[in-house]
Design a protein around this ligand. Structure first.
Ligand SMILES: [Zn+2]
Length: 219
């Protein structure tokens, strides 16, 4: 497993480094919602990110690493955990159809809020989230979709399923650790790219801000 994870992490870091030159420092207000992917992530530590690295940059790499873990766990589940695999495929069949703005995004943007934070001075006519909910409601109404019958499990089946779920969890932890170990090998490349592409932009922004603060009237 470790070999294939190492290869995938290398490919993921390569893709992240190809994307990084397109990143531009934003002047928008800081987000107020915490990101469940990035907050306290051991992957961020493994990558050598500190608090000065902007969230969008961290998120882009962490999202790619998350994909590696998800794919590895999916493969393991399909191969070794028939009950979990069956439940997952049922779940997928029940996913609402319709407009899904969060799907098909490049990994850099997955898991980020779809809409910017609302600004009372500039209200939106609509938000992507609203559009998606409307669309799903309509699709469900058209299909007259009754809620699917929940599966009834015997005690024995319940035990078997929970054993499989534990195995899936264990595997996810192992893959997560392997990803972190593999990522440490790329720390220097990542740090060099951040120094070259991210820090100058932040320094420039800070310089502009302090200039604006010193001469408030010149603007
Ligand atoms: Zn994030």
């Amino acid at each position: 497993m470790a070999d294939s994870i190492e290869g995938r992490v290398r490919t993921g870091v390569d893709a992240f480094l190809r994307w990084l030159p397109r990143w531009e420092v934003g002047t928008s207000r800081a987000r107020t919602r915490v990101c469940r992917l990035c907050l306290g992530s051991p992957v961020a530590t493994a990558a050598g990110f500190d608090h000065d690295v902007p969230h969008a940059v961290q998120h882009a790499l962490l999202s790619r690493m998350r994909q590696i873990v998800d794919e590895a766990v999916d493969e393991y589940t399909a191969r070794n955990l028939p009950m979990v695999a069956r439940e997952l495929s049922k779940g997928e069949a029940q996913e609402p159809t319709g407009y899904r703005p969060e799907q098909g995004l490049p990994p850099e943007f997955q898991g980020l809020p779809l809409d910017p934070e609302p600004d009372p001075e500039q209200p939106f006519l609509f938000t992507l989230e609203e559009l998606a909910t409307e669309d799903q409601r309509e699709a469900q109404a058209r299909a007259g979709a009754p809620d699917p019958e929940p599966t009834v499990f015997t005690e024995e089946a319940k035990k078997a399923l929970s054993t499989e779920l534990e195995l899936a969890d264990d595997h996810a932890r192992q893959v997560g650790t392997a990803v972190c170990l593999a990522l440490v090998e790329h720390r220097q490349r990542i740090a060099d790219a951040i120094d070259r592409l991210v820090e100058p932009q932040i320094d420039e922004l800070l310089a502009e801000l302090s200039k604006a603060l010193e001469n408030p009237r010149s603007r």
